[in-house]
Design a protein around this ligand. Structure first.
Ligand SMILES: *Cc1c(COP(=O)(O)O)cnc(C)c1O
Length: 244
């Protein structure tokens, strides 16, 4: 069965990589311009290890303590392999410290309180030798102000970015993240996100990352400047129907 799962993941991964490559070409972007973060939430460490064997080195996780446990398991099994895991899901402030132990970046930063919690947590992780680099921060933007999906409306991005700058020794502002709202066509959502990002980068030229695009809308996201697509279902298959 193990061989079957690896073959299944290999086929789906190749197809997702091809979709990214086609979308890059279609908008005149260089091959490799867009990072493919494979979202492995709900799937076992064994699947992540298959993906490592298939050359994947960047993963997205969204739930604690599942993510901490999996990353520790994979590091124990594959101590020789360097890979990165990003936190892409909502972070409760009390989980900031555990996230700061394993995450390269947090994509879903959507409040000043969370910036402060992550700043304090990353500081302690750096001091304790649990990490060597500052924790990357992507501010999650909201296109519709819907509190359910989270995110900061455009007028709140500047204050949050200033707060990240106030933690310059332990946090690094990498850019913005978006999840397309349910009620909006992907094309319209990604066009709006691109507009917000253009204005944001004018003020924060070092924060060029745009984490946008999932299994269903990665083409539209890449056409509108995404630098990182977060792909789960199209590679891993359907997740169990459980609210996270
Ligand atoms: C689960 C998740 C994804 C992956 O979504 P798919 O539609 O399965 O590709 C992307 N981004 C976030 C924030 C997620 O929680």
């Amino acid at each position: 069965m193990t061989g079957g799962r690896r073959a299944e993941l290999a086929t789906a991964l190749a197809a997702a990589r091809e979709r990214v490559a086609v979308a890059e070409r279609a908008t005149g972007r260089a091959h490799g311009d867009v990072a493919l973060l494979v979202v492995t939430k709900f799937f076992p460490a064994a699947d992540v290890e298959h993906l490592i064997d298939l050359g994947v080195r960047e993963f997205g996780e969204s739930r604690e303590p599942e993510a901490s446990r999996k990353v520790a398991q994979i590091r124990a099994d594959r101590g020789d392999i360097v890979f990165d895991a990003d936190m892409i899901g909502r972070v409760q402030r009390k989980k900031a410290r555990s996230v700061s132990r394993w995450a390269r970046r947090v994509h879903s930063v959507d409040s000043i309180d969370l910036v402060d919690a992550l700043g304090g947590a990353a500081r302690r992780s750096l001091d304790d030798g649990e990490r060597t680099d500052p924790l990357g921060v992507l501010l999650q933007m909201s296109l519709d102000g819907d509190p359910e999906r989270g995110g900061l409306v455009e007028s709140d991005l500047r204050g949050a970015a200033d707060r990240v700058a106030g933690h310059a020794d332990e946090l690094r502002l990498d850019g913005l993240m978006v999840i397309a709202p349910l009620g909006l066509e992907p094309e319209e959502a990604m066009a709006r996100a691109a507009g917000i990002r253009e204005r944001f980068v004018a003020d924060h030229p070092g924060a060029r990352e745009l984490s946008a695009g999932m299994s269903g809308d990665l083409e539209q996201a890449i056409a509108h400047g995404s630098t990182c697509v977060r792909v789960g279902t199209a590679i891993m298959g359907a997740r169990p129907i459980l609210s996270p």
